[in-house]
Design a protein around this ligand. Sequence first.
Ligand SMILES: [Zn+2]
Length: 235
Amino acid sequence: MRPINKGTWPTKNNSTKKKVFNDWTKAISILKQRTGLYCHLCEMKMNSGFAIEHIKPQESYPQLKSHWSNFLLICPYCNSHKLATIPKKYKENYFWPHLNNTLLVFDYEQIFPHIKPSDSLTRIQKKRANNLIELYGLRKEATSDGSADTRWIEKLKAYKMAIDRRLEYQSGMNQSVNAIVDLAVQSGFFSIWLKVFEDIPLIRTDLIQRKEFHLLNTNCFDNTLQLQPRTTNDL
Ligand SMILES: [Zn+2]
């Protein structure tokens, strides 16, 4: 899962006063600008249709409903899954893309791009990682009516695209690093591209440095671009 940095609480024009988000949908454009056009949870690319996720549910925490720290930018599919499974009280037992190095916390299965907790986590950390996966249905292939989950379809497409580009690149076909990373920017699912190209340093580096993914201000990489924990909980 791509880690994000939402930045400090936005201020009112030319002042140090915090912006009040009585209408929290106003936070969408700021989050898009600061973190890119990708769902903070499933990483699907969207140009419009984003929702604001209240990490601590507004019903139980009304004082946090316009609070910057409580916002994530998510797609309608992650949003509707959460609404169906919403816990009444927030518990501190999740990993989050704005707090943790979610590239260390989450990984993918071998054959299909099913997100899973990293093998290096402890049993309790795996439980925390799985809690987030379950809360937003991040491994779902189908919706409750039996039709395919849009996030899964799009994720499979991105995965296939990344694998094909890798094969072409390795066979010396005309695939420039730039063209491959351009495609990743367009398709979304950054962490899938990073996984597929993790052992090809030229492409890995370009993926991490692409401004559209907003990764260099997340404190998730050291100065040689290797992953580093963001908090003591990440490993
Ligand atoms: Zn999503």
